[in-house]
Design a protein around this ligand. Structure first.
Ligand code: HEC
Length: 413
């Protein structure tokens, strides 16, 4: 008895933090570190083994090793994988403190879960366009394991509701519905060990092909100058809004395989075009424009393009003809590095009023109410033209040739 008492006293300081930490924040760590995508506790095997018995199989030190660095376990047992029929567990970048919290989580969860308990997914399908619940629609439940669909269940909505009950808890799920020619799908979702019910509400829309509801509210060109490559690096941000209550599916023919939602003009002769916020496959890219191919639900969408333009020795002009009306275009230029001018459109110039950019001496140019078909030309000149080494060598070389020429003439006379 005395020994136990002593041991408890000894343990209290190190576990005091974890006892106080609430279970939800530990659950969030279990999600954040992606354990949830491979493990359940008490509901059977998933991508990795059920962690219910892990505490009986390994010492706490070993569990921490599994979490922090699975390779060290593989080394220790000279075996990989440890459990037959599973892939090796990947390294997950968990630090020591987080690993302790996850161990704590496993210990506490074990006492809280009902073994092999089943789960339930219920929800509604609502049509945003008319604000009604959708009756008699087929809802599809996909069972997903490591990105493969393992099983599908279907159900017809009843007054817009669906319930999938008595489901296994050691798999990921996804809900899908096809409505008015468009597929809607949730992301994959998982059940936490303590969780038994999930409610999933999906919103769908009636479709429209009326392009007049699409408005480009604003567009930003954020320009910087990369001295090493002597190039402009431009980020273009386009804020477009679908002002209707329907999903815009493109005004092109339905028989076209790809939907063309809207096109946006590109400046001439740019390089390294990239889309940092979305996969390139969702755009059709040509020399003169990019076409967005993702159907557009009501509300705002932001399209971000980045590209570069190499500056030529003297001055460089890029131009484009707008394919949309644009309420407001703002151009941000580092004028301490480049001289800059706009032709084709009227603008208002301001010294940088952007807090984050003040230090770099940026100027902003705003242009209002651009209409489709108008052209803009931007001209850039490097300030260091007469001071950079290339031009200096060039000038010295020319002076040298001229000198020789004059010298010869002088000798002849
Ligand atoms: C990509 C999937 C994946 C992720 C993410 C993952 N694991 Fe694993 N885990 C596995 C697999 C697979 C094994 C079995 C490997 C083996 O036997 O060699 C395993 C084994 C384990 C074991 C030993 C289980 C046993 O019974 O032998 C523990 C403990 C463990 N994982 C905890 C975690 C924790 C905690 C996290 C989150 C930080 C996590 N795992 C994240 C796939 C994963």
């Amino acid at each position: 008895m005395r020994f136990v008492f002593f041991l408890l006293l000894f343990l209290v300081p190190s576990s005091a933090i974890s006892i106080e930490e609430n279970l939800t924040s530990l659950e969030n760590l279990f999600i954040e570190k992606r354990c949830i995508t491979c493990h359940v506790v008490g509901r059977g095997k998933f991508v990795g083994p059920d962690l219910y018995n892990a505490l009986d199989k390994y010492s706490e030190e070993e569990i921490l090793q599994w979490i922090k660095n699975p390779q060290s376990i593989y080394k220790k047992y000279s075996k990989m994988p440890i459990n037959d029929g599973y892939p090796p567990m990947p390294y997950l970048n968990v630090d020591s403190f987080e690993a302790k919290r996850l161990l704590d989580y496993l210990k506490r969860t074990k006492d809280l879960v009902r073994k092999n308990s089943r789960v339930r997914i219920s929800g509604t399908i609502k049509n945003f366009s008319d604000n009604k619940l959708l009756d008699s629609q087929e809802v599809q439940l996909e069972y997903v394991m490591a990105d493969k669909v393992k099983n599908i269940k279907k159900q017809i909505t009843n007054d817009g509701n669906f319930i999938f009950d008595n489901l296994i808890g050691n798999i990921a799920y996804r809900i899908k519905i096809f409505y008015d020619g468009i597929e809607y799908s949730t992301d994959k979702f998982y059940f936490l060990p303590r969780e038994h019910n999930k409610s999933v509400d999906l919103t769908v829309y009636d479709s429209t092909q009326e392009i007049k509801n699409l408005k480009v509210n604003s567009s930003h060109l954020i320009i910087s100058y990369d001295e090493d490559s002597e190039s402009l690096v431009i980020a273009e941000i386009i804020n477009v809004e679908n002002q209707s209550r329907n999903i815009f599916i493109g005004s092109n023919n339905f028989t076209d395989k790809v939907r063309k939602i809207n096109s946006y003009a590109l400046f001439s002769g740019i390089e390294n075009l990239d889309f940092p916020h979305r996969s390139k496959e969702t755009f059709i890219v040509s020399m003169v424009n990019v076409i967005d191919t993702l159907p557009m639900p009501p509300g705002d969408r932001r399209i971000v393009l980045t590209y570069a333009k190499k500056l030529s020795l003297f001055s460089t002009t890029i131009s484009k003809v707008f394919l949309n009306d644009i309420s407001n275009l703002t151009i941000i230029v580092p004028e301490n590095k480049l001289s800059f001018s706009i032709s084709g459109l009227e603008y208002i110039k301001k010294e940088a009023d952007i807090k984050e950019l003040v230090d770099n001496q940026y100027s902003t140019y705003s242009i209002s109410n651009i209409t489709k078909g108008q052209e803009i030309k931007l001209t850039f000149t490097k300030y260091d033209l007469f001071f950079n080494t290339k031009t200096m060598i060039g000038i010295i070389f020319i002076l040298f040739i001229v000198g020789i020429f004059l010298f010869k003439r002088f000798k002849e006379t």
